[in-house]
Design a protein around this ligand. Structure first.
Ligand code: LMR
Length: 330
């Protein structure tokens, strides 16, 4: 090879290396967002909004892929998958973190928050903000709270007073507080993933479950549950979560933009959650498939009296000062 040819070949090799280096630097960061609910729910809408905002603002730099309906991971697997780096964002119900932290169990205490405004006030206060970081050492960071709404009780038989629930099997999320709540009315709680609830109800393997109007409607639970007691006995809220490793590895400017888009998407989800609850409740009534039982004050008081002792049982684990702060937000 002549000297000139050698120089030319070397230049070409260098150019190829430069191009491939540029290509690999330019490859977008992929954020897989896995969740278990339908798209037409506050969480489904929030996730899609986040994806769209990122596409508008960080086109080519970051791509968000949303996987609804437990398509990628069910709620029993998603946190482990996040720690392994197989998924970057999720928003499980706050009831699904008991393996990682005790403090979030506060949200499962029955009849603690009087409405979603109280939940919001508590979350934005010092205790709620501190809880976002309660799992940092275990590799998970809370990026914000997302609302769904108050939970109702659905069942194959009418539930008017606690004695009606005695001996019945209820699906619950993976929370010992929720187990204690059903045990307090002599019912039998079963921890099962969300993706299994419809079949369990349809086949009558269980008698009932607790959930929000939007989940009862979008997952068609009302088609296989002839009664829904409007108990508003607890809250279903979500923690938008990522892994500490993924979050800290993001370039600063990208992390700032991603957080901004996420905050906006959460605000959007929270804004529609109340409206969705009203709309989906009405759609269930219009379907004629399920009777909605409104409790008289004395009946509701019976549920409160039966379930509230659960607070005392978990006081040491959760922290009395946390419970006091939640009560003060009402
Ligand atoms: C449930 O498992 O019942 C809910 O947490 C599902 C969800 O994410 O809304």
């Amino acid at each position: 090879m002549t000297k000139t040819k050698l120089v030319l070949v070397s230049l070409m090799v260098a150019a190829t290396m430069l191009v491939s280096a540029t290509v690999s630097v330019a490859a977008p960061i992929v954020i897989k967002f896995s969740h278990v609910v339908a798209e037409n729910t506050p969480k489904g809408q929030m996730a899609n909004k986040f994806r769209d905002l990122i596409a508008e603002r960080l086109d080519g730099k970051v791509v968000v892929e949303v996987f609804p309906n437990s398509q990628l991971f069910g709620d029993n697997k998603v946190l482990e998958a996040m720690l392994l780096g197989d998924v970057q964002l999720a928003a499980p119900s706050v009831s699904k973190f008991e393996k990682y932290t005790d403090s979030l169990q506060i949200f499962d205490l029955p009849f603690l928050f009087k409405d979603m405004a109280a939940v919001e006030k508590f979350q934005q206060g010092p205790v709620g903000q501190k809880m976002l970081m309660s799992m940092k050492k275990k590799g998970l960071i809370g990026l914000g709270y997302l609302h769904n709404g108050m939970k109702q009780l659905s069942a194959s038989d009418p539930l008017r007073v606690p004695a009606d629930a005695a001996g019945k099997k209820f699906r619950i999320m993976t929370s010992d507080v929720l187990a204690a709540q059903f045990e307090a009315v002599d019912a039998l709680p079963l921890k099962k993933p969300f993706s299994e609830v419809f079949t369990l109800l349809q086949t009558r393997a269980i008698d009932g479950q607790e959930n929000t109007w939007s989940n009862i409607y979008s997952k068609k639970f009302f088609e296989v549950q002839p009664y829904i007691t409007e108990s508003n006995h607890g809250v279903l809220d979500y923690l938008v979560i990522t892994s500490t490793e993924f979050w800290m590895d993001l370039p600063d400017d990208i992390r700032t933009e991603v957080k901004k888009a996420l905050d906006e998407a959460i605000a959007f989800g929270n804004q529609i959650s109340e409206k969705k609850a009203i709309e989906d409740r009405q759609k269930i009534i219009d379907s004629g498939r399920s009777e909605i039982i409104e409790l008289a004050d004395a009946q509701r008081q019976q549920w409160v009296d039966a379930m509230k002792p659960v607070w005392k049982k978990f006081e040491d684990k959760i922290g009395k000062e946390y419970i006091d702060a939640a009560v003060a937000s009402n």
